[in-house]
Design a protein around this ligand. Structure first.
Ligand code: COA
Length: 173
């Protein structure tokens, strides 16, 4: 099982098939999926997503959605990571984060996002990172701002409109 990174309270690792029950439970919560337009809608779709990310993103193995494990309880409490997109003709990498409701509002989303941002800049040497956020998703906007991102523009795809937050790599990161 490949560990990607560790924070004081979390371990982020590649997903394994045994995570499916907890991943699907996460996607069964409408408060989790309301701002994730492309979230899996069935257990089969959740399994497809999980398998797609099991060894990192197939086209970019250094990226992907990683199982987010709460060290204190050993529980799978979310999936966070880095996702590749093409937006306005430009290759982008998104810092993605989702934390189960029972574990929200304890700073865990910010802790995961901060570590992922540093991993993307320092370890992967990415020049720029973004967050793609629904205009009404205040918690996610706060996480993006806490990790030093700023609103850049509004975008739109077949799923609807979204806000792009971004931050360029600086030498002090
Ligand atoms: C976004 C998300 C990961 C934040 O996780 P979290 O662990 O609760 O984040 P934190 O505890 O680090 O909190 C970050 C900030 O958001 C605020 N916040 C948390 N839940 C909130 C809510 N429902 N409404 C408004 N603000 C909220 C926190 O108070 C904190 O701000 P503060 O420090 O100024 O008080 C979590 O809400 C989530 O998984 N949401 C559903 C999936 C999703 O929207 N993912 C992002 C898609 S872009």
């Amino acid at each position: 099982m490949t560990v990607i990174l560790e924070t004081p309270r979390l371990i982020l690792r590649h997903q394994v098939i045994e995570d499916l029950d907890e991943l699907w439970a996460l996607y069964c919560d409408p408060n989790i999926t309301k701002y994730i337009p492309d979230a899996p809608r069935s257990r089969e779709e959740a399994q497809e997503e999980l398998e797609w990310h099991m060894n990192g993103h197939p086209k970019h193995p250094e990226l992907g959605l990683w199982a987010t494990i709460h060290k204190e309880t050993g529980k799978f409490i979310g999936r966070c990571g880095l996702l590749p997109w093409k937006i306005d003709g430009q290759d982008e990498v998104e810092v993605a984060y989702t934390i189960a409701e029972a574990y929200q509002a304890q700073g865990l989303g910010t802790e995961a996002a901060q570590a992922i941002l540093q991993y993307g800049f320092k370890k992967l040497n990415l020049p720029r990172l973004i967050c793609l956020i629904d205009s009404e998703n205040i918690a996610s906007q706060k996480v993006a701002e806490k990790i030093g991102m700023a609103f850049e523009k509004e975008g739109r795809d077949e799923m609807g409109p979204f806000w792009v937050y971004s931050r360029a790599r600086k030498n002090d990161i």
